[in-house]
Design a protein around this ligand. Sequence first.
Ligand SMILES: Cc1cc2nc3c(=O)[nH]c(=O)nc-3n(C[C@H](O)[C@H](O)[C@H](O)COP(=O)(O)OP(=O)(O)OC[C@H]3O[C@@H](n4cnc5c(N)ncnc54)[C@H](O)[C@@H]3O)c2cc1C
Length: 460
Amino acid sequence: MDHQEHRNIVDVAVIGGGLAGLAAAASLGRAGLRVRCCERAASFGGRGRTLITETEAGRFAMNLGAHALYLSGRARPILEDLGVACVGGTPQVESAYLADGRSHRLPATPGALIASTALDLRGKLGLMRVFAGLSRVDPATLAGMSAEDWIAARAGGATCHRMLRSLFTLTSYSARLDTLDARAAVRSLQLALQGVRYIDGGWQALVEGTLQAARAHGVELRPNCGVRRLTRDPEGGWIVEAGDERWRARQVILALGPGPARRLLAEAEVRTGSIPADARAVHAACLELGLRGPWTKPAFALRSEPATYLSVHSHTAQDMAPKGCCALSVVVYLGREALDADAVRARAESMVDALEPSWRERVLARRFMPRMVVAHALPAPGVEVGTGLAEPEPAPGLHLVGDWVRRPEEAPGDPALLLDSALASAMTAVEGVRRTLSRAPSARARLVGNEPGAGVGVAI
Ligand SMILES: Cc1cc2nc3c(=O)[nH]c(=O)nc-3n(C[C@H](O)[C@H](O)[C@H](O)COP(=O)(O)OP(=O)(O)OC[C@H]3O[C@@H](n4cnc5c(N)ncnc54)[C@H](O)[C@@H]3O)c2cc1C
């Protein structure tokens, strides 16, 4: 094998350098495999990136929409196992609930619930009953129900119903609760009540930590490397093409959205029937604001209609805003309604108006993203969890990763959402690759003995 050929063979090509692709690449690099991770964009991180805006007052860190890490979810131990520090704070701030055209306190304790003006007496008693039993609900028993059905069966009165809808939408990002599996909705609310963390400096800290792990384990990181073609290698494995380069990979992980994955798989003549359609995606509009001066109003707020969220992340996480300034995120949960970008922006801004009418005079930084894909497919009611999702290994040596991919090991009562599902799927692919390559003598040697990343060329 000449030098050129040696360079052009890897054990695993990871295509897509979001958090899931990076976590898979770092784990496989740590296992001793020779891994190349290709990202189409100039920087890694995908939807986990944080963009920095420099202003006269200093720098604002803005996530691509509000992001919180579920402390008891699947993602955190996976990241921490790779040495990624998930440092930040748990929001414990004054909260508001906007309903009936006014601002109420969002009740966080039984005492606050009794005093709350957001619910009538029937609603308060209903909500108390729901929360008293919530941690004991086994989501597995809710098969066949939608989140909306569950609320209708449990909620005592209209104000309790309204509050539960807001909370389910907050934790799942879905404004279409009739299409969300009750098991996933209840599980995500249970997880949220166990605590979330806003990450210091934004989710970029998670991206940087995962990148660092990948580098430390010898992963070859290729930004600006959009893979345009994938074909089966007649000698076994896969041929990957990006720009004017081609190389061979014994195994491939596609850690992309379903759209780009579908195109690559079609060319590779891999059956794509089970890839969820775009219609199953959950979208949100996100307004990120950097304001001069402190935020003196409730730093967390939910609005019942239209479903909207506001949170001042700089109150909880460090390094989000310059000293004396504040950084806040507004999310408008998008449902079935067809709205243009201006209408959605107006909705987002009206949420800030409701709390702080003079905010426009204080704007130092602003970013509006009218339609972000938060999740490619949330579990749907009435079918087994995982139905309608893509198979994790649709062809030998080809692994799919993302929240749109079935995770065979997932218990029906513990469905993961958002980053938890993307990273759980990444770990399924890692296991699949390791299982297969441990049967190939040349790669097995590296898996069991060699220094991580000290890969030698292997004939496929
Ligand atoms: C507004 C918003 C709020 C969210 N809030 C939360 C939250 O609070 N908690 C939570 O857990 N999750 C949240 N999420 C979800 C979380 O961001 C995602 O689950 C996670 O970032 C997905 O990572 P990924 O690697 O699977 O996908 P992505 O981040 O989408 O990465 C895919 C990567 O593939 C690259 N790519 C595409 N095509 C190619 C190609 N041909 N060749 C090479 N590379 C390619 C893309 O450029 C991209 O970088 C939120 C998402 C959004 C949008």
